[in-house]
Design a protein around this ligand. Structure first.
Ligand code: ATR
Length: 273
């Protein structure tokens, strides 16, 4: 049986084993997928022993995505720009390859699962940490009309904007610079959601029929989705679909087949408490 795993610390709340088991069952692929808690400092050894042994591929989560990026001998352009790797596998030459599927996962959830449009849209992304950096290239690939990255610390947003300046019309700023601007799509990638907080945003930030996307999810409406509803967003979506879609893209890289994600999203949604 081919073996896969997710490495992180902590790891016990990971839904990846459940998601990948569902994909394996659905596609009739025989494989195992474990969640493994790796000691900080022991990451490279853990990767090497897994991938030199029975392991065919790994997902990597907090706090090891940057270390995985460093270890990868080959990185896609997307992973390169993300500065983080969440999927490892070996290519035909035996090289350790690193990919980042988070951004693709989010874009698929917006565009394919929900029928949203990024192409031609005025898009705002809130936050400038690792989560946001991981999605910039796939968002820009959709050709938004413009992309603004707004962050509590404006300089970090400006740095990220510089990093992807070649890929489109991108600008970084602080939240106060949003006054008087309006967007078709606002994506929340700040860690403020973890405390149930929303960044300070102008009340007229959303165009009519604007969509909001929270990279975080929870059983209850997230603080940002609540903000979106309170400000008449046409649609507000949390990040559960992104979680499943990034997993599906990893599964595709490893197994060459795209599992259906809707039933898995529905099962997870029903089980959220
Ligand atoms: P992650 O991997 O989740 O992106 P991170 O790299 O630590 O984590 O980044 C956290 C992001 O959430 C940053 O953009 C941070 O803003 P700063 O760069 O100014 O620190 C943002 N953030 C965290 N708490 C926040 C809050 N209470 N309000 C607004 N933004 C917040």
């Amino acid at each position: 049986t081919d073996r896969y795993a997710v490495f992180g610390n902590p790891i016990k709340h990971s839904k990846s084993p459940q998601i990948h088991s569902a994909f394996a069952e659905q596609t009739a692929h025989a494989l195992s997928y474990d969640a493994i808690c790796v000691d900080e400092g022991g990451f490279p050894e853990a990767v090497n022993s897994f991938m030199q042994g029975p392991g065919k591929g790994l997902n990597i989560t907090i706090p090891f995505k940057q270390e995985a990026w460093q270890m990868a001998e080959v990185r896609s352009q997307r992973a390169e720009l993300a500065g983080a790797v969440n999927t490892l596998y070996r290519n035909a030459e035996g090289q350790l390859c690193g990919e980042n599927t988070d951004g693709i996962g989010m874009v698929r959830d917006i565009v394919e699962n929900n029928g949203g449009k990024i192409e031609g849209a005025d898009v705002l992304i809130l936050g400038a940490g690792g989560a946001v950096r991981g999605v910039l290239q796939p968002v820009l690939e959709q050709k938004p009309r413009r992309l603004v990255i707004a962050n509590r610390t404006a300089s970090k947003a400006e740095l990220l904007a510089d990093l992807v300046a070649d890929l489109g019309d991108v600008e970084g700023c602080g939240f106060d610079a949003l006054d008087g601007q309006q967007f078709d799509l606002v994506i929340n990638g700040t860690a403020a959601s973890l405390q149930g907080e929303v960044p300070p945003l102008p009340d007229d930030l959303l165009k009519s029929a604007a969509w909001c996307y929270d990279m975080m999810y929870s059983a209850d409406v997230t603080a940002f989705c609540q903000w979106a509803q309170d400000h008449n967003a046409e649609k507000s979506i949390d990040g559960l679909g992104m979680l499943v879609e990034q997993a599906a893209e990893s599964f595709y890289i490893w197994r060459g087949i795209r599992p259906a994600t809707q039933p898995v999203i529905a099962t997870l949604r029903a089980a959220l408490t």
